[in-house]
Write a protein that binds this ligand. Structure first.
Ligand SMILES: O=C(O)C(=O)CO
Length: 255
């Protein structure tokens, strides 16, 4: 069975963010991930993680003005300086908290815009260099258009090719099974094809984004395949619990 990380941006939302670490540990998780730690001092987040005895799996680079609609900065050619500052901040938090992986969000830009594409590749290289120097891995994730309309990186083959073309040991693909199924389907074949470049996996039921094992996919078969592929990382539980988080955790003991 894969190792699971609780996603604290979606799970354990019955309590404030900093209290979710202890709740995840109490529920039996050994690791956590979340979107953004930046509303809190890095030392405070690191302490919560340590006190709960948890491992950090991943978090995202600062996305710009999330409430204002930003979903990352990497493809935004008029915001290159802001991207660079966000990279510095992400690495400072990454070192303090001890994350093995940072997710670089692409931003809202037309996927076929050559200016956005070249800005994205420039920023990907910058982030690859800076994170490698810090000893941190970098992941990029294709996200489906229904959940994130206008998101630049909206195709798994494109994301895979970007990672393969760059070919850096610290840069890999974040393979969210929920997004994959909505965008392309063919989950197991894609896992097999992309396995050498996958650095992080996430899961949720399709189409509800609720608990695994409650959607249209055969999640048990997918978990068996992830194990068979020799994947050593965490599978992030990036799902919105259908009710109280703890009440919905039975899927984990059922596999
Ligand atoms: O929206 C998602 O699926 C994300 O993982 C954003 O980081």
């Amino acid at each position: 069975m894969p190792k699971f990380a609780a996603n604290l941006s979606m799970m354990f939302n019955e309590r404030p963010f900093l209290e979710r670490f202890a709740a995840a540990a109490t529920a039996g998780f050994s690791a956590v991930e979340y979107l953004f730690p930046y509303d809190y001092p890095a030392e405070v987040v690191a302490e919560k993680l340590r006190d709960a005895g948890l491992n950090q799996a991943l978090f995202n680079m600062p996305p710009g003005d999330w409430a204002g609609g930003d979903r990352g900065l990497a493809s935004l050619s008029d915001r290159r300086e802001e991207f660079e500052s966000s990279l510095v901040k992400a690495i400072a938090y990454g070192k303090a908290i001890g994350t093995p992986l940072l997710h670089m969000m692409a931003g809202i830009a037309p996927a076929d815009d050559p200016t956005a594409a070249s800005c994205y590749v420039d920023n990907l290289k910058k982030a690859a260099d800076a994170t490698a120097e810090a000893g941190i891995g970098l992941v990029i994730e294709p996200i489906n258009k229904r959940d994130m309309p206008g998101y630049f990186l909206n195709d798994f083959n494109r994301a895979f090719d970007l990672v393969a073309d760059l070919d850096r040991p610290n840069v890999s693909l974040q393979f969210d099974i929920y997004h994959r199924q909505i965008m392309h389907g063919d989950v197991i074949t894609a896992l097999r094809q992309m396995a050498p470049r996958i650095g992080h996996i996430q899961i949720a039921a399709v189409p509800t984004r609720h608990e695994p094992m409650t959607g249209e996919l055969n999640d048990r078969m997918i978990f068996e395949e992830i194990d068979a592929l020799g994947y050593q990382g965490y599978v992030g539980c990036e799902y919105r619990p259908a009710g109280v988080t703890e009440d919905g955790l039975g899927w984990m003991s059922s596999i």
